[in-house]
Design a protein around this ligand. Structure first.
Ligand code: FAD
Length: 314
């Protein structure tokens, strides 16, 4: 599978120690040669500075394209516009446009949304802000040698989220497909899926999306899950159904190393089944650790295998 691409997702570190660990992992992830590395963004802007710092490090120190997750829930047009300008000014040209979840305690229907009601509206706003920028090209971003600013008229990549097993608040598959179509109509040019645990979930969704008229690339989101505790946490966060087969296999192992092996092998098997079925690619959720996702890429054949396996951390 030589023409397959891969990309990674990181989250901004929450402490000095976490930052240190991330910098180490980042070095390994960058060296693998991903198509892009995306950096999550706390709903309501809680990680704005920390997310931007990771993106700027990628821009300044590496050749890897950084992708900024942005959420719009709770923002006014003016606030969202300011945020988009700030990221464009920093040299970021790829975005994952998200609506984001309601704040804690709020439920759908409360007035928490702000001016932008959906990810599609954020996609449109990013295009509008980019198109209205004063044309300029400046090779140096102060403080970040190597970073290149974007002038108006240059194309931005705008990815959006897709949900192979349905968004938790969706009433039907048709609603999920309509939502994805609307995002593409708004100007999105890439979709990244929520993680899933069975290949048929992704394959069925892509078939349905193509039949509905979605033409953009739909990259499968895959996470090697290295312990039963982490699996429970992920299921809680994403509202995905608990994969009882994977849970059983993880629980059957008596050591963290054995569990990590099971989780990595599961991600390798899943990746092999989906990687070439649409336009080849994988989007790997890293949990800010490089060992597991690089082991998956080696298992799939996207990275050369190494003689001594790296130590796994869980
Ligand atoms: P939308 O596409 O706007 O809507 C999602 C769903 O809501 C739709 O599928 C539909 O079921 C329903 N819906 C939308 N509009 C309507 C309507 N008018 N009427 C009825 N139902 C409607 N969250 C963060 O806070 N930060 C991140 O960095 C982040 N990264 C993510 C990365 C990926 C790859 C994924 C899959 C999710 C990520 N999330 C993140 C979570 C995301 O914010 C939530 O899943 C959120 O609930 C949906 O965002 P969205 O962009 O899909 O929203």
């Amino acid at each position: 599978m030589t023409d397959a691409t891969f990309s990674f997702e990181l989250y901004p570190p929450r402490s000095a120690r976490a930052e240190e660990l991330l910098l180490d992992s980042l070095e390994h992830l960058v060296a693998a040669g991903p198509e892009f590395i995306s950096v999550t963004y706390g709903a309501a802007g809680t990680t704005r500075g920390a997310s931007l710092a990771v993106l700027l490090r990628l821009l300044g120190d590496t050749d890897v394209k950084p992708m900024a997750h942005l959420t719009c829930v709770g923002s006014s047009y003016a606030e969202a516009t300011r945020l988009i300008r700030e990221f464009l000014d920093a040299g970021v040209t790829s975005f994952l446009a998200l609506r984001g979840d309601p704040p804690t305690g709020a439920v759908e229907g409360d007035s928490f949304l702000g001016d932008l009601g959906s990810a599609g509206e954020l996609v449109q706003l990013i295009h509008r802000v980019q198109a209205e920028r004063v044309p300029f090209r400046q090779l140096d971003v102060p403080g970040f040698p190597g970073a290149k600013r974007l002038g108006s008229g240059e194309k931005v990549t705008i990815a959006v989220a897709a949900f192979p097993n349905g968004h938790p608040r969706s009433r039907s598959v048709e609603q999920d497909l309509d939502t994805l179509l609307a995002k593409e109509a708004a100007g999105a040019n890439l979709a990244l899926t929520q993680l899933f645990f069975h290949a048929e979930d992704y394959l069925r969704f892509v078939d349905q999306a193509r039949a509905a008229g979605v033409t953009m690339r739909i990259l499968p989101g895959i996470m090697p899950v290295l312990s039963p505790q982490r699996l429970h946490r992920i299921v809680e966060l994403t509202d995905e159904r608990l994969p009882t087969d994977l849970l059983r296999n993880l629980e059957a192992q008596s050591t963290p190393e054995g569990q990590a092996e099971v989780g990595i092998q599961h991600a390798i098997d899943l990746s092999r089944q989906v990687i070439g079925t649409d336009r080849p690619g994988l989007h790997l959720y890293t949990f800010n650790q490089h060992e597991a996702v690089l082991a998956v890429l080696r298992g799939v054949g996207l990275l050369p295998s190494q003689s001594a396996p790296e130590k796994e951390s869980v």
